[in-house]
Design a binder for this molecule. Sequence first.
Ligand code: APR
Length: 247
Amino acid sequence: MENNIQIAIDLIVNSNNAIAFTGAGISVESGIPPFRGETGLWSKYDPNVLDLNNFHLNPIEAWKVIKEIFYDFFGEAKPNAAHFALAEMERQGLLKAVITQNIDNLHYEAGSNEVYEFHGNSRMLVCPYCSNKIKASEAVLTDIPLCDKCHAVLKPDFIFFGEGIPELAYRNSVEAAQKTDLVIIIGSTGEVTPASSIPQIAKQKGAKIIEINPEKTLFTDSVTDIFLQGKATEIMSQLLIGIKQKI
Ligand code: APR
């Protein structure tokens, strides 16, 4: 493992357009449960709560569960050492962008600037009809939040099953994947498309792939070159120490 850490550090320091691709696993040590796995949200809640048609048909029921999962629970989460390490790498000019599937806003809160949110962001609510947006923190979520312009039921500004990927995030992510020479995948099963195609696009263009995860994933035996088995905070902290010794 030590040898792999050193190889990864050399790849990062010698890369020109490195990007990170993150999933729910990078936020687990911030107290946000993953979606899949034994402790995953989908083992407790029905994923149907994030089905777009279900939301429009049963907004009251849907909002009750959405509030419990994404606002009561996520609300207090803070960035962890892995988020901060990626922000530091961006500041050192070693990371061009973070492409994240996460909606928890923790990359921005850790100081990353170039963040492409493939699945949107839970910090805003959006009107599906007139596109009016408000901060979730300004909404009274004990009631069903209504648009103050057209009085429709607001929805969280992250994508539901059945919704398309935000156009700008998708375009930026594909462009970054086509240009990069190194992808650092952190905490993703690789089970959700089209997000999981981003590391595959980079691989096809000749990029090297580093993967950080306590368990093997769909990426490990398909696109990953260097698999660093472990928790995001532990591995990213080791990488950052090694990077700082070399730059
Ligand atoms: N450090 C790194 N990775 C971890 C950690 C940790 N401390 N703990 C768990 N993981 C890994 C798990 O091994 C798993 O591979 O994080 C991954 C979490 O899996 P998912 O919850 O499925 O996360 P992800 O692959 O990002 O899911 C993608 O699914 O439901 C949708 O929109 C939702 O963005 C989400 C998408």
